[in-house]
Unconditional design. Structure first.
Length: 209
């Protein structure tokens, strides 16, 4: 079973409290989403492998650690996932970025793919799938299924707020995927929104509400 990590860092919790406020405006919401993504990424990259290499400092030759392989990819689920990308690229600027677009069929309520563009060597990379909200888990489960279909095996999922229903759906469908969650909320309401949540993340990031 992949690990489930609920963030307990004070900075993350403080910033999540700020974006939950209904009077937080688009600019501040977008900036804070990016900052939270950076902090969660810091935790999610803790287990990356290192190699020892020899370098020259201004004073002598020394052995230091650097990332092994450096093959990372960030894959946001459109559109809200885009809000997490820049913060993560601040930490890992050499990562490639793919995109997966899904919408929910109004009749079946199942996720339907409308866009998928991934790095050519995505199967060889450690992949971080990102979406601010993990509600029912339908889109996230499908996005990871698509990645596995294309040969990706080292996959982690990062979100800012999750519902217990979404976490269970992900663990049932993809028990090998590590989940990094900023805050685990109480439940979904009758319309599939996370409670207490923060509303529609995409609308609040892009100011389209």
């Amino acid at each position: 079973m992949g690990k489930l990590m609920i963030m307990d860092h004070p900075l993350i919790q403080h910033k999540i409290g700020f974006i939950r406020r209904k009077d937080t405006g688009t600019k501040d919401f977008r900036q804070t989403i990016s900052e939270i993504a950076m902090l969660i990424c810091y935790e999610a990259t803790r287990s990356l492998k290192l190699d020892e290499v020899e370098i020259e400092t201004p004073l002598c030759v020394a052995k230091v650690q650097e990332l092994k392989g450096k093959k990372l990819a960030i894959v946001p689920i459109l559109r809200a996932g885009l809000g997490m990308v820049d913060g993560m690229l601040e930490l890992i600027p050499t990562a490639k970025v793919g995109h997966i677009g899904l919408y929910r069929d109004p009749e079946t309520l199942s996720p339907v793919e409308y866009y998928c563009k991934l790095p050519a060597d995505c199967a060889e990379r450690e992949v971080f799938v990102v979406d601010p909200m993990l509600a029912t888990g339908g889109s996230s489960v499908e996005a990871i299924r698509m990645l596995k279909e294309k040969g990706c095996r080292n996959i982690s999922f990062l979100c800012i707020i999750a519902a217990p229903e979404g976490v269970k759906a992900m663990q049932d469908a993809h028990p090998d995927v590590d989940l990094y969650v900023g805050a685990l909320d109480e439940r979904l309401n009758d319309h599939g929104y996370i409670m207490p949540g923060l509303g529609d993340a995409g609308d609040r990031i892009f100011g389209t509400k």
